[in-house]
Design a protein around this ligand. Structure first.
Ligand code: UDP
Length: 497
């Protein structure tokens, strides 16, 4: 495709790590392939995360950043906390609502860009949660594209669930969902408790319903998935949105796709990990191929103290080596006080001295870990980025969905992909050390189920690589979708001129 370097795209991610990372990856791809100018607009704290990530990634140096002013305190939030990860769970709803206050400065940015460039940007790519950007795009004479950083199946379920409230008070725990065929049933326990309680008038509904509604009026959607890995979910999403959906993902760092590199070093997230990648890899080198369990609940979620205790005891009983990214449980502070209430006495010391476990506090170099040959399985909250990173390496999943669309991601992994065993759901469920040990054994013990899951995860990994392939003359489906997307934008611009 002819390169049109004068084109400019402005991006607006939501203020969460799992959204910033794919937005930056998308910006890199578009900039690298088409030479367009890309500006990402976000708030000061998130800008700092992006700057740190960009400084570690030579591909990103062409990306422009624009600061949208945001005073956390004006919205009743502690200073400098405008990222879901920096906030306690009970304040995250306020951050969602506060994100709408960015409309005015964002509109100012688009107007400035239009004056400076002599025409409006080619498009605005906004997060599915920043639906108000569709109105900005419309009034500024450009197209709005919604980027859903999740997969197709999870996004379709999430959108339909918010649009068809309420879900409480059903006669049965199992139910059908508009947009999904009757053969596909959902269970009330797969819904996060905000959704279970929502009725259209509560604080959460008053955010999600309009934002999703606006996003459904976009020019089209970009989805962080590949055509081949979610045919069913994509069919549902396309029929539900009645919009073009371009599958341009999963947006993984290229180093994860190389077959030649024995190890991946260089975190892309802009976060300081609790252990250096080198030390982590040294520890993993001590262990046999496909023997280690990696455990992480993503960038913002954590489990309850009793669940954490059961997980620690079950892990110890399993005798399997593990890397566990620990954040204090719900209701406990980041200073790690009252640790004896959520970790067995002497747990970290025992695991450290026997080399059974590496406990990482706060943030882990996840890509480096997942790419290491010793990793056998990933106990994950089923955040979309995490599961794509895992499956790209052929690593099967033990699912423990906690929030957002994670319950439907887990359903996809279990029912459609057969690469996952769900251990439990949410922070309120009770789980015993024996259940933890049994699930670990089922997934890592070498039995029939374990072998099948490993095989399936490997197959999905191959499909992901094929979709993202640029080798030879045949471009993978995600690259073709990106070309189609850019062509549609250029054609639209000609029509508007
Ligand atoms: N991540 C990481 N280290 C951590 C936790 C998370 O590098 O300790 C990265 C992970 O690789 C992924 C992202 O943060 O790219 C988390 O996104 P995901 O969609 O999995 O979950 P979320 O945090 O949005 O719930």
């Amino acid at each position: 495709m002819e390169s049109r370097k004068e084109e400019h795209i402005v991006m607006l991610p939501f203020m969460a790590q799992g959204h910033l990372i794919p937005f930056l990856a998308l910006a890199n791809q578009i900039q690298g392939r088409y030479g367009f100018k890309i500006t990402i607009a976000t708030t000061p704290l998130n800008l700092r995360y992006l700057k740190a990530a960009i400084s570690k990634n030579s591909n990103s140096t062409q990306i422009h950043l624009f600061e949208l002013p945001f005073n956390s305190c004006d919205h009743g939030l502690p200073p400098n906390t405008e990222n879901t990860e920096a906030l306690p769970l009970n304040q995250i709803a306020s951050l969602f609502h506060a994100s709408a206050s960015l409309e005015l400065p964002f509109r100012g940015l688009i107007q400035d860009v239009s004056v400076r460039d002599g025409s409006p940007p080619l498009c605005i790519i906004s997060d599915v949660f920043m639906g108000w950007a569709t109105e900005v795009a419309k009034s500024c004479g450009t197209a709005n594209i919604t980027f859903t950083t999740g997969g197709a199946y999870g996004t379709a379920a999430y959108v339909s669930l918010w649009q068809h409230l309420p879900h409480r008070g059903r006669d049965k725990d199992e139910f059908n969902l508009p947009g999904f065929p009757d053969s596909c049933t959902f269970h009330i326990t797969q819904l996060h408790h905000f959704l279970r309680a929502a009725d259209g008038t509560d604080y959460w509904s008053r955010f999600f319903q309009p934002q999703i509604g606006h996003s459904l009026k976009s020019f089209g959607w970009l989805c962080n998935t590949a055509e081949e890995i979610e045919p069913f979910g994509l069919d549902v999403l396309r029929r539900y949105t009645e919009l073009p959906v371009w599958c341009i993902g999963p947006l993984l760092p290229p180093c994860m796709l190389s077959r030649n590199s024995s190890r991946v070093i260089g975190q892309h997230t802009g976060r300081e990990p609790g252990v250096s990648p080198e030390k982590c890899l040294e520890w993993l080198d001590l262990h046999e191929e496909k023997s280690v369990l990696y455990i992480s609940f993503g960038s913002q979620n954590t489990i309850s103290s009793s669940q954490m205790m059961a997980l620690a005891l079950g892990l110890e009983d399993s005798k399997k080596p593990f890397v566990w990214v620990i954040r204090p449980p719900v209701g406990f502070n980041l200073r790690g006080e009252f640790k004896s209430e959520w970790l067995p006495p002497g747990f970290e010391e025992r695991m450290g001295s026997s080399n059974q476990g590496l406990v990482v506090h706060g943030w882990a170099p996840q890509l480096e870990i997942l790419c290491h040959k010793s990793i056998a399985a990933f106990l994950s909250h089923c955040g979309w980025n995490s599961i794509m990173e895992s499956l790209s390496q052929g690593v099967p999943i033990i699912g423990w969905p906690l929030a957002a669309e994670q319950g439907y991601n887990a359903k996809l992994l279990v029912e459609e992909m057969a690469v996952c065993v769900e251990i439990t759901r949410g922070v309120e469920s009770s789980i015993s050390r024996d259940e933890v040990r049994e699930v670990i054994e089922r997934v890592m013990g070498g039995g029939h189920k374990a072998e099948e899951m490993k095989k399936k995860a490997g197959e999905i990994g191959e499909l992901i690589r094929a979709a993202l392939s640029e080798e030879g003359t045949q471009k993978g489906s995600s690259h073709r979708a990106m070309d189609d997307f850019v062509s549609a934008l250029l054609t639209n611009k000609q029509g508007l001129a």
